[in-house]
Design a protein around this ligand. Structure first.
Ligand code: ADP
Length: 271
């Protein structure tokens, strides 16, 4: 009898632990939803006044105000630059909350990934070359990828603009190739590099590397964590190799084809 009683008690204990776990999960999910909603709302609230500031500021800057001293002009320019920076941050926060809110809304479209990526990279050529850097693009594979094109654009743009920001001399190389059933996008630079102890934290939200010199110190540490999530939505992953003082190479991999994707989110052509 004692044994039976023990078993029942154990069974009951398990049921209660299970229910407790479910309740905890439910609370966490609710908290997550509330957080996403909070970010979305607050980002929206920030955007409107920012846009209202930027408009008149741009008008001021475009007018030839002769009675302005150099110092005054510089002040307006600093205000404008920082308002733009804030707008960029708010937009990225919005990207995050939209993504967390709408994982289900991704649209994976059949894409000739090499030509799509080459076209995206072409937008960077003039700014990179004007800064005296070489820009090499090697994307010749005929692989077909199913990508959410807006998301892929963010991945390519973020990696290229980081390479540009943190490289003062030398070369930026974008490579896209098929390897072991995966499409691999690499962006390699000959820039400032990243200290070894920082490498494990590169994709954490708001993480920025201390003392990394570069073209500009402005930044938010949000870009890499965003693209890690975006690549993850494609069933892929992203990594980095780097040597301080020599340069870095970021590589994103996504599986070829569509069998790993939710069928209802797959499109054979742009919807
Ligand atoms: P942000 O550039 O806005 O700070 P990111 O998430 O894109 O945000 O990057 C996080 C940090 O990683 C940057 O602050 C920078 O220190 C470092 N980093 C990113 N890309 C490179 C790169 N190509 N070379 C050197 N450091 C980099």
């Amino acid at each position: 009898l004692q044994q039976i009683a023990d078993r029942i008690a154990l069974g009951l204990g398990n049921v209660m632990a299970y229910e407790e776990e479910q309740r905890r999960l439910h609370i966490l999910e609710e908290l997550d939803k509330a957080k996403t909603l909070f970010f979305t709302n607050i980002s929206h609230e920030f955007r409107t006044p920012l846009m209202l500031m930027l408009g008149p500021l741009e008008e001021l800057m475009n007018r030839k105000v002769t009675e302005w001293s150099e110092g005054e002009r510089a002040k307006v320019e600093v205000t404008h630059r920082n308002a733009l920076r804030l707008l960029k941050l708010v937009n990225t926060l919005l990207d995050f909350s939209r993504m967390e809110d709408g994982r289900g809304h991704a649209r994976f479209v059949r894409t000739d990934i090499a030509s799509y990526t080459r076209n995206l990279a072409a937008n960077f050529r003039s700014v990179i070359e004007k800064a005296g850097l070489k820009f090499e693009v090697a994307a010749d594979t005929d692989a077909i990828a199913y990508v959410d094109q807006q998301m892929w654009e963010k991945v390519v743009f973020n990696l290229l603009s980081n390479a540009f920001k943190y490289t003062l001399n030398g070369k930026i190389t974008l490579t896209l190739e098929m390897r072991e059933g995966h499409i691999r996008l690499s962006v390699r630079d000959t820039g400032v590099g990243i200290p070894a102890h920082e490498l494990p934290h590169m994709f954490e939200r708001f993480h920025r590397v201390q003392n990394s010199g570069g073209r500009t110190y402005e930044g938010t540490g949000i870009g890499l964590s965003l693209i890690k999530e975006l690549v993850g939505l494609h069933g892929g992953d992203i990594g980095v190799e780097s040597t301080e003082g020599k340069g870095s190479c970021f590589t994103a991999r996504i599986p070829e084809g569509k069998s790993h994707l939710e069928a209802s989110q797959v499109y054979e052509e742009n919807p």
